[in-house]
Design a protein around this ligand. Structure first.
Ligand code: NOJ
Length: 556
């Protein structure tokens, strides 16, 4: 059944709340997406990952679902959704939806039933335990929520605790219950029947928890991982859903594989495992970040080692290539000086550095125009992660608040969620109303309209790169070899197929960097891609790379 179409795909991720608002209520919506389908087609992408649009009380902006089969009214209706998918398919764009089934919203009917009494048929849909201590008022174990604090909440009605690895409004489902797994299968099949082409499975590596839910090793920020990352029944459960749903359609199933490193990845994504098709890894993000929010110094050598490790996975594994999504800061700010005079070169260099790798590239909305992080005051952050961190630190260690502010200014999820910058006007062309989240003031010079009119824009470069990848067998199937792994300024690699090779050279520094290339057998190299306008150069014994320069040479 599977054509593995995703190997030829370039994805665009839409975070619907911030993409385009059609009705002036300040919140992006499905009709807004419909109005931008031609933009996506023109960009050249052929698949969309849409963050959740299901009914949700929005404790975590849609990642807390209260009805898996319907659309959140603030985004529109199921009919709007049908029009959207039809419009995508008519333009050759596939749609991958977010599947958030490690947890539901506490406002989902299942949870309402489950918490109502110990003998309710839905009780076992979630993970309930007695507390520790004589009065049972201490949580069942020491696991922590990914949003800080303990991972358990006490429920007065039945005198037990329920597990939530995210917010207390996101209770974890009990995947050990076969009925829960059947619900997941039914939900997937429901959307497949409506034409969906695949799912991005939210924190899927967390679904199986170790029996007995033992205490985790002490860790100040995140405790318990060793008992639920790719837990004891994970593979079995993936096989089951795969067999009864995912394999029955021509799908792509990409898992958000938090905690899964390159050593474990093949057990989850190798084609003969019949589990997931690809993994969104966090290893690259962890190079310059701890506990999903704390910045640590960027080290290009480590970054390259992670990229190369994943590129060197066995043939039957497929990579997900990304620098940005709705949980990560803007790459142009993260990996360089996104507001400097070389910002365009930087945005383009980053694009080249991952677009030439083996795997499916994802472009997050706004990345294609070089949207940057935003500068916010403490009270302006609205995402649950940042606000929880400020509250907790304010309560227990207020002297650390300046550190928290510094960390959030670099890593908060808010940076990725500012409204899409369509044009230089109030509401940045995103809305005619009051945007749900602050617009980045740099919209006046960073926006789609001006990028379209500038032939040297990051946007136009993305278009060329997407076109370059299309049908390009060297990029899709070629082997990978890294050059100069110890060079801390330049990322350089080769992709080869048959008698053709590409040499990709990316200068991650905002200054000129010499590179001695005699290690590369580069006779007759032809420049195919370059991010500095109007220049050409030979690939000789030595080259002088300009600030943030990226070049791709072809050698026959
Ligand atoms: C990962 C999602 O990408 C993130 O936005 C969300 O908060 C958590 N999973 C919980 O669903």
């Amino acid at each position: 059944m599977k054509s593995r179409w995703y190997k030829d795909a370039v994805f665009y991720q839409i975070y619907p709340r911030s993409f385009c608002d059609s009705n002036g209520d300040g919140i992006g919506d499905i009709r807004g997406i419909i109005s931008k389908l031609d933009y996506l087609k023109d960009l050249g992408v052929n698949a969309v990952w849409l963050s959740p649009v299901y009914k949700s009380p929005n404790d975590d902006n849609g990642y807390d679902i209260s009805d898996y089969r319907d659309i959140n009214p603030e985004f529109g209706t199921l009919d709007d959704w049908k029009e959207m998918i039809e419009g995508m398919h008519a333009r050759g764009i596939r749609l991958v939806m977010d599947l958030v089934v490690n947890h539901t919203s506490d406002e989902h009917e299942w949870f309402k039933q489950s918490r109502s009494s110990k003998d309710n048929p839905y009780r076992d849909y979630y993970i309930w335990r007695k507390g520790r201590g004589k009065d049972g008022k201490r949580p069942p174990n020491n696991w922590t929520s990914r949003f800080t604090g303990r991972a358990w909440d006490y429920d007065e009605a039945t005198g037990e605790w329920y597990l939530h690895l995210f917010s207390k409004k996101q209770p974890d489902l009990n995947w050990d219950n076969p009925k829960v797994r059947q619900e997941v299968i039914d939900i997937c099949n429901y959307w497949f029947e409506l034409g969906v082409d695949g799912f991005r499975c939210d924190v899927i590596t967390y679904v199986s928890k170790k029996e007995g839910l033992p205490n985790g090793k002490f860790n100040i920020a995140m405790c318990g991982d060793e008992h639920f990352v790719i837990g004891p029944h994970f593979h079995e459960y993936m096989n089951e859903v795969n067999e009864k749903s995912w394999s029955k359609y021509d799908t792509m199933i990409v898992g958000e594989c938090i905690g899964c490193n390159m050593d474990r990845a093949p057990s989850v994504i190798a084609e003969d495992r019949n589990e997931l098709d690809s993994a969104i890894t966090f290893e690259l993000m962890d190079v310059d970040m701890k506990w999903s929010f704390f910045p640590v110094k960027f080290n290009l050598k480590k970054f390259k080692a992670v990229q190369s490790g994943w590129q060197n996975l066995p043939e039957n594994c497929w990579n997900t290539l990304y620098y940005e999504n709705h949980d990560q800061p803007r790459s142009i700010t993260r990996y360089g000086n996104g507001r400097g005079i070389y910002r365009k070169q930087l945005g383009k260099m980053l694009a080249v550095s991952y677009f030439m790798l083996r795997g499916t590239p994802y472009v997050y909305q706004g990345q294609e125009i070089g949207m940057t992080n935003i500068s916010l005051k403490q009270e302006e952050y609205i995402d649950i992660m940042a606000t929880r961190i400020f509250t907790l630190i304010g309560k227990f260690a207020p002297f650390l608040l300046p550190v928290a502010r510094w960390a959030m200014s670099k890593r908060a999820r808010d940076h990725a969620r500012t409204p899409m910058q369509w044009e230089d006007k109030t509401g940045c062309g995103f809305t005619t109303g009051t945007p749900w989240m602050k617009v980045n003031p740099n919209c006046s010079d960073i926006n789609v309209k001006s990028s379209l009119n500038d032939k040297n824009s990051i946007l136009n470069f993305y278009k060329q790169l997407i076109e370059f990848r299309k049908g390009n067998e060297i990029i899709r199937d070629g082997s990978y070899k890294e050059y100069f792994p110890n060079n801390s300024k330049v990322f350089c690699y080769e992709r080869a197929l048959g008698d053709k090779r590409y040499i990709v050279i990316c200068n991650f520094k905002e200054k000129k960097v010499p590179l001695n290339v005699d290690e590369i057998n580069a006779k007759g190299a032809k420049l195919r891609v370059c991010n500095w306008p109007g220049q050409d150069k030979e690939l000789g014994d030595a080259i002088l790379l300009r600030p943030y320069e990226a070049v791709v040479y072809e050698i026959k």
